[in-house]
Write a protein of this length. Sequence first.
Length: 255
Amino acid sequence: MHQEAECHVWLQRPLTRPASWFGLLEPAELSRCSSYVQELDLARFVTGRVLARTALGALLGAPPETVRLRTRCAECGGAHGKPEAVGAAAGWELSISHSGEVVAVAVVRGRAVGVDVEEFPGPSDRARGPAPGGLAGVPAEFELVLTDEERTVVAALPPRDRARACLTYWTRKEAVLKATGEGLYTAMTDLGVSPPHAPAALLRRHGPGGGTRSLPALADLPVDGAYHGAVAVLGARSVAVRMHSGAEMLAERFR
């Protein structure tokens, strides 16, 4: 196992005129574009694909329009799921995530990677309160990601800090599931990660076969305070995160 994996991460706001970038997309991606009702959802999808192609092109020294991405669901064979770099970009692994006004693309050479960014809930969302018997200060859906041990950690925090702690757990676990390709097929409570005040790490897996699987390396992302993010890389002991500006890269490539 390699000691350290280098992970490049680009952050970018959703593009304001997504249709003007359709020329960079492949037919299957354009078909998906037609299914979006909300402009923001369309903008985030297009931004992720444009950012991924441009980033891979920059790493390869090739024009973005020559970078091919293929998306195929491992379960049903449909054109959705985690995109895969093919052709000249084969061998580079990537992952895309978006939330609110942030789109993130993570790229690693030869190692499966997962990235997740999540927006911290606003006051109105936090004001909905916990589920019956739940933790004060924590939206009900946040508790669904916690193991019993993690719930004890969160319960010991002041109520004002609990929601953000849960979001830290959430993004770390989601990054792992995206790296492994398990997605929604594995419950987040099957994963035990380090507490929010400690460096990101996957400590254990629960459930069938959990003890026999190697544990991915994890790292938190230095994103805006309104968000939290994490990356996971398979086959590595640690992750060296290299942060980049998507806006600067796109301005340079398409000026």
